[in-house]
Structures are given as structure tokens and as C-alpha cells.
Ligand binder design. Structure first.
Ligand SMILES: [Zn+2]
Length: 328
């Protein structure tokens, strides 16, 4: 079966860089008849000094970012065309970037596509790749962490804190996300001032492919793991002395199920005390319980694990309060 082809020439001719940036929610200022300028949206951008370093020439359909560290992180390239841009934003190959553009903008190419190509492209989930850089200037002593009940020791261990650098996570509390081999694959950025969206993830990051804190939970050698929804739930449950992973939401993927089954002999679900949390816990229990013992901690209405003290968490996950659903 031939691999799906992307016709680069027709993609470059037909898809405008500003339409692609709009898809990522990037807003630039018009500074000339054909020129847009603004903060660099690329994951390679770490400098906090170059605030307006990213520009797009609409007539030529090229982009560039002149920040030296951003150029170095891109292997010395100053900029490029629309396919380069998507490859960097999505951290994928040029070919994959071409296929994604083709898919997003429904561009027909001169190459006749194989009949099965669209289904393959949409169902294939790209694994998250190691980031290859780490953000600097993360303030792990920021008062926001104390407000959320996160101790300085936990903040430092996890590298969680306020990001004062430049880029799309500026002024947000960043949370490093690692894969099961402890490789840094993304940062999530939590708004601290009520700004929307509450969480920002890098474009192309597949949170359904990861369990937050899985590397640490594996390294303890624990047979049981507690599953929570959010980052801060996980940090609080960790502080109470338990082995925990977070789904980063209330949905549960096949990949997350495989990761749990591969590494743990039993699972305790501790999802939010609301309708979506209870429904998700039901579904996850149904999926897992033919394979591993699953217990469930029911939280009171409108209560999330991140609002609980270590003592309250310990009382809730104590054997008397978790219901063993099934023992194979
Ligand atoms: Zn840049």
C-alpha cells in the first residue's frame, strides 16, 4: 500500500500562513502592507527579550523569527514557508506537516491519493516527541503555588512554577510533562489570573497519549496507582504520600489504558466529585476491571482532590473508604 503523499508545491501556493496561524489562535499585528509581526509562537522560542521577533510576509508567504536562541533551536534556520512552520509547531516531519495541512484545509493535490489515505491520516496518532529544550526562568517559589497548597519541595521536585520567559506560556504557571521514560515532552501552562483558556498546551501535543507523573509512579515500584484528573490533583495526592498519575482531563484513551495495565497491578480511581468525573470513573472502571482490580474513591459533591488536605486525602483513600469494584 503506497504511503499518502503531500504535494508541497500546491500546499504552499494555496494555504496562506496567516490562516494557519489563525488555526493556532496566534494573532499578529499588521506593520506594513504585506507584513505581520508579533510574539513568536514557536516551541523553539525561549528568549524573553525578543518580544516582536516573529514576522510574516504575506506577499511572499514566508515567515521568520530573528531571535538568536530560536534560530539555534531550529538548527540555524531563520524561517521558511508554511510547511516548515507547521512541522515546527507540530514537532513532526515535513511530510507529516504536509499531510496535516492537506487534511485541515481539504486541499486537493495533483497526486491521486490512495483510497485509504484519509482514514489512515486521521486515525494515526503521532507519539509525542522529546522536546529537546527546557524552559528557563521558572519561579518555583511563586505565591500562586502556595495558594494552591503546593509545597516548595513539591514545586521544585516537579519543576512547576511561574514562567517569566517569552512565548505562548508567558505569565502562566508551567507544568513539565514527561513520558514514561522521563523524557520531557511538553509544558502545560495554567492561567493564574482567570484568563482563558485555563490550560494551554503546545500545538500538536497529544495529551491522550500520556499519563502525567507516570515516570515517577513507575520508579517507586508501587503495584497500585491512584488515577486523578488534573495536574494539581496529582501534586496534592503526591504530597499526601501516594503514587498517582493524572489523565489531564476526564477522558480516557486506549493508550492511557495500556500504560496503566503495563505498569500497575491495581488501580484506584479518584476523579472529581461532579457529574463528568463520576461518569468518567464508571467508564474507566468498566474498561479496566476485567483486567485489574479497580477501586473507586467517591468525593463529595463539587470537591476535587486538589482542594483536599493530605489528611483528608489519606482518610479518603484508606481501605475503609474505597470500594473494591472487582477482583479478577
Ligand atoms: Zn522565535
Amino acid at each position: 500500500m503506497p504511503a499518502p503523499q503531500a504535494d508541497f508545491k500546491s500546499l504552499k501556493q494555496r494555504i496562506s500562513i496567516d490562516h494557519v496561524l489563525a488555526r493556532y489562535g496566534v494573532k499578529l499585528r499588521r506593520v506594513g502592507p504585506h507584513t505581520l509581526c508579533g510574539p513568536c509562537p514557536l516551541p523553539t522560542h525561549t528568549s524573553r527579550h525578543s518580544r516582536q521577533s516573529f514576522s510574516v510576509n504575506l506577499a511572499l508567504q514566508v515567515w521568520s523569527c530573528h531571535s538568536a536562541s530560536c534560530v539555534v533551536a531550529r538548527g540555524g534556520c531563520m524561517g521558511g514557508h508554511v510547511i516548515d512552520l507547521v512541522a515546527i509547531l507540530e514537532r513532526c516531519s515535513l511530510r507529516e506537516a504536509g499531510l496535516r495541512l492537506q487534511d485541515w484545509f481539504s486541499v486537493r493535490t495533483s497526486q491521486p491519493a490512495p483510497v485509504c489515505a484519509p482514514a489512515m491520516a486521521s486515525s494515526a496518532v503521532e507519539p509525542n516527541r522529546p522536546l529537546g529544550f527546557a524552559l528557563q526562568r521558572i519561579d518555583t517559589w511563586h505565591p500562586y503555588l502556595a495558594q494552591r497548597g503546593i509545597s516548595p519541595a513539591t514545586a521544585q521536585l516537579y519543576g512547576v512554577g511561574m514562567y517569566h520567559g517569552n512565548g505562548f506560556l508567558t505569565g502562566r504557571c508551567v507544568i513539565p510533562i514527561r513520558d514514561e521514560k522521563s523524557q520531557l515532552i511538553a509544558y502545560a501552562g495554567r492561567a493564574v489570573n482567570g484568563e482563558e483558556p485555563k490550560y494551554r498546551f503546545p500545538p500538536g501535543f497529544g495529551k491522550s497519549q500520556v499519563l502525567f507523573n507516570l515516570d515517577r509512579a513507575i520508579s517507586t515500584g508501587s503495584r497500585n496507582v491512584i488515577v486523578v484528573e488534573g495536574f494539581f490533583d496529582a501534586l496534592k495526592v503526591h504530597q499526601a504520600g501516594h503514587h498517582v498519575v493524572a489523565l489531564m482531563g476526564a477522558s480516557f484513551s486506549q493508550r492511557q489504558s495500556e500504560l496503566l495495565l503495563r505498569h500497575f497491578a491495581s488501580v484506584t480511581l479518584m476523579l472529581d466529585g461532579d457529574e463528568p468525573g463520576r461518569r468518567a470513573a464508571e467508564v474507566i472502571a468498566q474498561l479496566l476491571k476485567p483486567k485489574v482490580p479497580v477501586s473507586k474513591v467517591d468525593l463529595p459533591n463539587r470537591v476535587q482532590p486538589d482542594q483536599l488536605s493530605p489528611t483528608e486525602i489519606n482518610v479518603l483513600v484508606g481501605p475503609a473508604n474505597s470500594t473494591l469494584l472487582f477482583k479478577p
